[in-house]
Design a protein around this ligand. Sequence first.
Ligand SMILES: [Zn+2]
Length: 401
Amino acid sequence: MSTLVTGIGELVTNDPALGPGPLGIVTGAALVVDGGRVVWVGPAAAAPAADDRVDLDGRAVLPGFVDSHTHLVFAGDRSAEFEARMSGVPYDGGGITSTVAATRAADDDLLRSRLRAVVAEMRAQGTTTVEVKSGYGLSVAEEARALRIAREVTGETTFLGAHVVPPEFAGRVEEYVALVTGPMLAACAPFARWVDVFCEPASPHAFDGEASRAVLEAGRAAGLGLRVHGNQLGPGPGVRLAVELGAASVDHCTYLADADVDALAAGATVATLLPGVEFSTRSPYPDARRLLDAGVTVALATDCNPGTCFSSSMPLCVALAVREMRMTPAEAVWAATAGGAAALHREDVGQLRVGARADLSVLDAPSYRHLAYRPGVPLVRSLPPGDRSSASGVIGLTLER
Ligand SMILES: [Zn+2]
């Protein structure tokens, strides 16, 4: 059954062939959805007939957000750690082990219900594609369990056994890396699309360049795509390693040397910025302008996790990117949609052209600019059930299952 979505005051397509700028804006637009895909896009006056019709009365529509970096399979609460950090205790990656203990102690149903609750928050804020990492199990059985549960909500699952060195391997990093690249990878690869590593020599809990390379090369040999947490807490080899190995994305990118920026500009690796982390840890933001002006492809994601950013809100990331990182509203919206899709090597999401998935975010606002202009306001609209559009996958319904 086809649905005509019309009365779109401003449509962000992210296809420059359809309208001006990188956002490919069409004003007074309509689109037709059939079978969960966009089958027609253009000016409302030229729209074809369809079985059903939804009129958005001048609202703005953009592609659903693609949140390409989250850690959602966990138990426990770290609000006290947040309070301490706001009182001046610095973050060094060590708090992760408290989540590991709580997660290991939780049963599947608890992890599943927590995961689904956060995914529901994300949908309500316009996210339609989400990547979910493991990394709070840190044993063969626990990492596989986390990925099995994550697979229930998304195909974009990432094996992050190399998140931190668990306490029982303290002082035995090489042994832990052998576990991660051996039996743990073998148990996790069937449930994962990606492998990731926290490459951060500045943290006593994370991994240096050599260990990170071993994890990534083993993951690649097992058929996984590569992602890297790099250069978050200090300078390091993460960015250049990611580019050298052809990783889809290197995430954080806060402490960059000129050579890092040059490598990103020359390579195909997306730089994913996570400004909710700097906001929630009161840390310096990455220099987004330096990356954009060098021609680097930039994505925005939440990094939603219990320690350094327990926010599921892509609209917050857009607002922070504009206010704190000097991205334009158009750059930020592109990075949160098409940029996230690029970071996941996806061409079917992050844009609204014929053939793309019909993942729409409808704003109770006339323009995408309101995402940054009206921070903290719940602008993403849920269509009333009477519109029947949800049956066509029009809004927020294409997160797997
Ligand atoms: Zn992360």
